[in-house]
Design a binder for this molecule. Sequence first.
Ligand SMILES: Cc1cc2nc3c(=O)[nH]c(=O)nc-3n(C[C@H](O)[C@H](O)[C@H](O)COP(=O)(O)OP(=O)(O)OC[C@H]3O[C@@H](n4cnc5c(N)ncnc54)[C@H](O)[C@@H]3O)c2cc1C
Length: 479
Amino acid sequence: MSKKIIYWHRCDLRLHDNECLHLSCVDNQQVLPVYIYDERHYQNLDLGFRKTSYQRYLYLKDTLNDLRESYKKIGGNLLILFGKPEDLLPQLVITHQCEELIYQKEIMSEETSVESQLEINLKLTPCKITAIWGKTLYHLDDLPFAVKDIPLTSKAFRINTSKNAEPRAVFPTPTFINCVQLSDYGDISQKSKIGFTEQELQTTYDKKAFPAGETAALQRLQYYTFDSHLVETYKWTRNKSLGVDFSSKFSGYLALGSLSPRLVYFTVKEYETKIKRNISTWWLIFEVVWRDYFSFLGLRQGDKVFFQGGHLNKKAVWEENYELFNKWKNGETGIPFVDAHMKQLSRSGFMSNRGRVNTASFLAYDYRVDWRWGAAWFESLLIDYDVCSNWFNWNTQALHIYYTNPVHQSVKYDKNTDFISSELDYLNKLSKYNRHAPWLLTDEELSDHGINEYHRPVEIYKKWNRSIINIEKLITSKI
Ligand SMILES: Cc1cc2nc3c(=O)[nH]c(=O)nc-3n(C[C@H](O)[C@H](O)[C@H](O)COP(=O)(O)OP(=O)(O)OC[C@H]3O[C@@H](n4cnc5c(N)ncnc54)[C@H](O)[C@@H]3O)c2cc1C
């Protein structure tokens, strides 16, 4: 009888370049791949929304569906459960008399506390636990520093790591799996157990723009590099917000692990060797290393990233103002560049990096609302939510970098595109430059354009004066 193994899938929802799967499949061992929707991820927060929204759940569900289909193609399947992994996995170990449990290690306490409890719950069984590092481009063991010495600046991390470490080679994709046979592998959808409301069930993510799962991830990687050559212009397009191709859109795949960061790295390297190497190809890798930096910083700084003063304990005064928070969250601040991005997030589950920078800065610096509320809203909605990327980026925007002026950025980044009106179609009725600052028009003028749904800003801050004068000049010169 061959050995039986449970492979517990977490944020590693792929067959390619997967060390856990590779180890599970060696010597033709019998494997039971399982994914467990963790019930705690769907709880309602005091802020009045779920920790994980229905749209993010849908993206995960579609990713799992793709993974199950891929398993079937190699003779396997994926067991789906709902509950607490630390309770359900020991039950599976006992029922199937498994000798080993393999999983990919996580970084932050919410996830690692599940790992610790699992270890305790499995103590009385002979089951061995194998926890593998696999989230990042660079392997933890290959870093040129101990965890406690991981640099606090991205530059020091990047330069030192790229000089002294190499990403490991990718693991081959298995072509066969000796899967533990079950009569029922469970429904991919567990929405009834979560208990989403009718209203929540009306929401979705943009499936056309962001098709979920490993199959789509591999196609996107091929498309963004060798098929379209978009990788060559990435540096000059990455700050846009309109459309799909201005940036790679790898984030959802990387967050759920349906795309391996090493595969991204080696594909871009191959592109550089065979086709072209330029500042754009370099920059894409730079961003993937940025993701690594936040992951490793999470390992060093831990839960401090969730504190009000952030991981470096910065002093600042924050307001608990639900009215302002709701305006921000619903895209009703009256600043079209902010509102369009917030609407984009609710509609699609995605927001461009430029949008994330501006909306985070607006909530923190203009509204002075507790930045952690904003981070929680992003966590709930973003299909590419990643604990380290989200919370460290929010730390950076709210506590560590200078102010981002959304009125200035609106003109700078949406002067020659129609992003604002693509999300706020009622502004279509205004001239191109009026769309950046509709508050300059009177109620009567807005009404003459048939616009009744515009929410005026609570305050026009003095710090926007120069940008507003600039918009006024554009309006008079173009009308
Ligand atoms: C407030 C705020 C919150 C954010 N929350 C998340 C999040 O939850 N999950 C997430 O993946 N990214 C997050 N980001 C980073 C960034 O906005 C997204 O990774 C990016 O917009 C995704 O689009 P893309 O895949 O086309 O990125 P590209 O520009 O094509 O970049 C390629 C990859 O590099 C990585 N990357 C790029 N920029 C960053 C960054 N600033 N920090 C970390 N990794 C980066 C991503 O994995 C991305 O897929 C956040 C940024 C801000 C300012």
